[in-house]
Design a protein around this ligand. Structure first.
Ligand code: ADP
Ligand code: MG
Length: 304
């Protein structure tokens, strides 16, 4: 069952004359990891603030766990946690002291929870070190620990990977994956760099200038960005059976309008065209398509 736990319906957000969001709609399924991707100023934080009740739509409607009225939304938010823009922490306190303060504020009775969340984000060895001496990565992880305190079902994380070194990125991706798989936490994560989130998300929402530019499942994005060779011949039906039976190609799409796409043996394309020819099929088009993820993203967000 795929239950939508968030529905954003035609939301527009106006800050004075500035339109931060323009008729934005998308939904988030329970159990998914959604990447909200777009350049600085795109509207990512504004969407997250609206989800968290820190900003309100000028037009449109937000639904969280089926609730759309303010009371229902606030109740739904108790099942969620938010880390929006720079995580807040007291500079003169240690990680543990900060979390203890948050635990009391949130009314979480279980004292042991602090050790658990520190371990989860790999900050258990920071001891007496004060936050003012933390690296950006450590601060981000402390923000995550704080977001985990109340055992949320759903986490909204604004640029949590921003400023991490490559090793830190790998670590935090692993953490997100674990939270999603083992603890069944639904995640929405924003980033202005698509590759930070590639190989992690189950769904991608692209945004620029306050507008949604496209929504993709992981598979759709992979297909859109994959390398393939496009083949057209005077007999595509016959060609596809030759490709399967004589060339041993399994990863292939036969499209009605644009011909055949093969996704493997791309280096053997000369041999393949010869085999087609020798079997009585004349290739009329052979073209290689290679779009990198980042190229694709740039094209996506630069469309007006
Ligand atoms: P992102 O998080 O993708 O970088 P934001 O959601 O923060 O983008 O901002 C979207 C747009 O709305 C930007 O043009 C920004 O300047 C504007 N904006 C955001 N918050 C405010 C605010 N409180 N007042 C006025 N304009 C704002
Ligand atoms: Mg932002």
């Amino acid at each position: 069952m795929s239950e939508n736990i968030v529905e954003i319906r035609n939301i527009t957000k106006q800050y004075g004359k500035q339109k931060a969001l323009d008729d934005v709609s998308f939904s988030i399924k329970k159990g998914s990891i959604v990447g909200l991707i777009g350049p600085n100023g795109a509207g990512k934080s504004t969407i997250m603030k609206i989800m968290g009740g820190l900003a309100f739509p000028t037009e449109g409607e937000l639904s969280l766990y089926g609730a759309t009225d303010e009371k229902g939304l606030n109740h739904a938010r108790t099942r969620m946690s938010f880390m929006i823009e720079t995580p807040y922490a007291k500079e003169k306190m240690t990680a543990k002291e900060n979390l203890e303060k948050q635990r009391l504020q949130k009314g979480i009775p279980d004292k042991k929870r602090i050790e658990e969340v520190l371990r989860a984000v790999n900050l258990e060895d920071t001891g007496r070190k004060k936050v003012k001496n933390f690296s950006l990565g450590m601060r981000q992880r402390l923000g995550l620990a704080n977001a985990l305190l109340g055992k949320p079902e759903f986490m909204v994380l604004d640029e949590p990977i921003n400023g991490l070194d490559p090793e830190g990125i790998v670590e935090i991706r692993e953490l997100f994956r674990r939270l999603n798989k083992e603890d069944n936490i639904t995640l929405v994560i924003s980033s202005h760099i698509l590759s930070e989130l590639s190989l992690l998300c189950t769904d991608y929402v692209f945004i620029n200038n306050g507008r949604i530019r496209g929504t993709f499942t992981e598979e759709e994005l992979r297909t859109a960005c994959s390398e393939y060779v496009q083949i057209n011949t005077d007999n595509n039906e016959k060609a596809s059976s030759i490709l399967i039976n004589k060339c041993g190609i399994e990863k292939m799409d036969v499209l009605k309008e644009s011909g055949i796409r093969i996704y493997e043996k791309l280096d053997e394309i000369k041999d393949i065209s010869k085999i087609l020819y020798d079997n009585g099929v004349v290739p009329t088009e052979i073209a290689k398509n290679a779009v990198s993820l980042e190229d694709y993203y740039m094209r996506m967000v630069s469309e007006v």
